[in-house]
Design a binder for this molecule. Structure first.
Ligand SMILES: Cc1cc2nc3c(=O)[nH]c(=O)nc-3n(C[C@H](O)[C@H](O)[C@H](O)COP(=O)(O)O)c2cc1C
Length: 324
């Protein structure tokens, strides 16, 4: 399938694996890229720019296909060494970067000069337009359903995607709630040029996370995610568990007075324990409502091949028959 996104990134299928903390290691990105999609290494999971350089080198040993790096801009007391990460990305020869969080304006000149294509993840039309205006090559439009940070507007993809299509000139992919061939065809129908998946890629054979995480996603239904940190205006969609219930109790009790320090034990630095050790109640971890559509743990190639075959069949057979 050819779209503006496959052309922009030089990939076979219009399917991107979004950056995911403690999931987006070299193994994940390489498996997705080898299957014809676009794999993304999560930059900040590596503690230092040197660590990221090694991870990029490891990924190059596993694939000769294009892959990218995610750089997430989060508010932090001690910010990561962003200039160092940007330098490493450029010096390592990476040509595709997925930015997320705050506006990436500051890093755009360096990336543009180095010929790096930037896809910025946005949860609203206004942020998407801003990304377009500062020179981003594409956007990933992340609806309210998404795992991770859906923003504070709560607009689901059935509205957000066609609104983005009404306003944007640069290509965009649908992100949040995407799982299969039906998602891809729907995303294309709503104006997107492909799709970005997070949660679906965790439940694959190659995802370098503990088996408990994969099983938790397969076992979850679409009713099992919760929104935490809303009073802090840092809303995150996570899979419900004992730690999440504790956070929600605290938020209900303290209301708008709740502080990050009140919940830090359940959200700060918990990813290694969950993703690597499989301690499923150690804290809150991002997961999309799409868990309700995930019933198996295929390889990335099986997953992507099935998505593409199903999408082709839906377009040619189901929809083709309906057209008058
Ligand atoms: C476990 C997990 C960790 C994530 N970590 C990040 C991250 O560090 N940076 C980022 O930009 N997005 C992150 N995301 C968001 C994904 O890249 C993607 O936008 C999102 O999962 C799409 O929604 P879906 O889960 O419904 O597919 C994360 C998502 C998950 C599920």
């Amino acid at each position: 399938m050819k779209t503006r996104i496959t052309e922009l990134f030089g990939i076979e299928h219009p399917i991107i694996q979004g950056g995911m903390h403690y999931v987006g290691f070299a193994e994940m990105a390489a498996a997705v890229s080898n299957a014809g999609g676009l794999g993304i290494i999560t930059g900040l999971t590596q503690k230092t720019p040197e660590g990221l350089a090694k991870e990029i080198a490891r990924c190059r040993e596993m694939t000769d296909k294009p892959f990218g790096v995610n750089l997430t801009f989060l508010p932090a007391v001690t910010p990561p060494d962003y200039p160092g990460f940007v330098r490493t990305i450029i010096e390592s020869g990476i040509k595709i970067v997925e930015t997320a969080g705050n506006n990436p304006q500051k890093v755009m000149p360096a990336f543009k000069e180095a010929g790096v294509k930037v896809i910025h993840k946005c949860t609203s039309v206004r942020h998407s337009l801003k990304a377009e205006s500062i020179g981003c090559d594409a956007v990933s439009v992340d609806g309210f359903e998404c795992g991770g940070h859906p923003g504070e507007d709560d607009v689901p993809n059935f509205i957000l995607l066609p609104r983005a299509a009404e306003e944007l000139k640069i290509p965009f992919v649908a992100s949040g709630g995407m799982a299969d061939g039906r998602s891809l065809v729907a995303a294309l129908a709503l104006g997107a040029e492909g799709m970005n998946m997070g949660t679906r890629f965790i439940a694959t054979k190659e995802a370098p996370v503990h088996e408990n995480v994969k099983q938790a996603i397969v076992a979850a239904s679409e009713l099992d995610t919760r929104l935490v940190m809303r009073p802090l205006r840092n809303t995150e969609r996570v899979l419900n568990n004992a730690a999440v219930e504790k956070i929600l109790e605290m938020e209900a009790e303290k209301g708008s007075d709740v502080k990050f320090e009140d919940i830090i034990a359940m959200v700060g630095g918990v990813y290694p324990r969950i993703m690597l050790e499989g301690e499923m109640d150690a804290g809150a971890w991002s997961c999309g409502m799409v868990a309700g559509l995930i019933h198996d743990i295929p390889t990335c190639k099986e997953l992507i091949d099935t998505i593409m075959a199903d999408a082709d069949a839906i377009i040619a057979k189901r929809l083709g028959k309906m057209a008058s």
